[in-house]
Design a binder for this molecule. Structure first.
Ligand code: SF4
Ligand code: SF4
Ligand code: FES
Length: 226
């Protein structure tokens, strides 16, 4: 049976593409070679943020290109990169958690509580809640609430307070992991092995291997059977 073609508009240009494709597949079907804005193709990496409109709806919609199906007359553009503020810090030099948060990202205090971030999040997270938890100094809660963030950038793209929730969350999770969370003994043991040089020779041996030898040890490696 012949494919049904439907019209969509990619960055303003009209294409007819087979019904049922995702935005990402429609882009490729239309001839775009995705170098940026395409990663895992499975909804995990956050590389394929897309904004679009559909006829008869005033709202600007957002989604992941690898997950969102096309609809007739959809008007879309991909946002493979969002120019977001990202603070630099050294976790060995930081002070109190909330003081440091406000020093690095003073704009978090400007959160309006509008919840726009929650409405756009393709992961169904609530950035409003993890930002609030971070501001209260409840870093364990903020780390937990933001754990499934894929850094797609859509919440920052729509935030009227000009926050970048995902970079705030990244700082919070790093601070929590390094300075608050109790380290398990097996992790301490492993780090001691590495810093003590126990694996240096094995790494040097791997670095000296040719491609065939690398393939062989990869195929023959120990791994947990599923
Ligand atoms: S969109 Fe921005 S200002 Fe609104 S609740 Fe989310 S973080 Fe706060
Ligand atoms: S919190 Fe923001 S960056 Fe993270 S997945 Fe949701 S919209 Fe994307
Ligand atoms: S390509 Fe990774 S989330 Fe879409």
């Amino acid at each position: 049976m012949a494919e049904t073609l439907i019209p969509i508009y990619i960055m303003g240009k009209r294409y007819e593409v087979p019904e049922g494709l995702t935005i990402m597949k429609a882009l490729e079907w239309a001839g775009y070679q995705l170098i940026r804005g395409c990663g895992c193709r499975g909804g995990f990496c956050g590389a394929c943020a897309t904004v679009y409109r559909v006829p008869g709806d005033y709202r600007l919609k957002v989604g992941l290109a690898c997950q969102t199906p096309i609809v007739p007359d959809m008007y879309l553009t991909e946002l493979p990169f969002f120019p977001a503020n990202k603070a630099l810090y050294d976790l060995d030099q930081v002070g109190d958690r909330v003081d440091t948060l406000l020093e690095l990202y003073p704009e978090v205090a400007r959160c309006l509580g509008c919840n726009t971030c929650t409405k756009v999040c393709p992961q169904k997270l609530k950035p409003i809640d993890y930002i609030a938890a971070a501001l209260r100094g409840d870093f364990p809660r903020a780390a937990d609430l933001s754990f499934d963030c894929i850094m797609c950038g859509l919440c920052a793209a729509r935030c009227p307070g000009e926050l970048v929730p995902y970079n705030v969350a990244l700082f919070v999770r790093r601070y929590y992991s390094k300075l608050i969370r109790i380290k398990p003994q097996h992790l301490k043991d492993r780090v001691a092995e590495i810093t003590g040089g126990q694996h240096d020779q094995a790494l040097a041996d791997i670095a000296a291997m040719d491609e065939e030898a690398l393939k062989k040890i990869y195929v023959e490696r120990d791994f947990e059977k599923l």
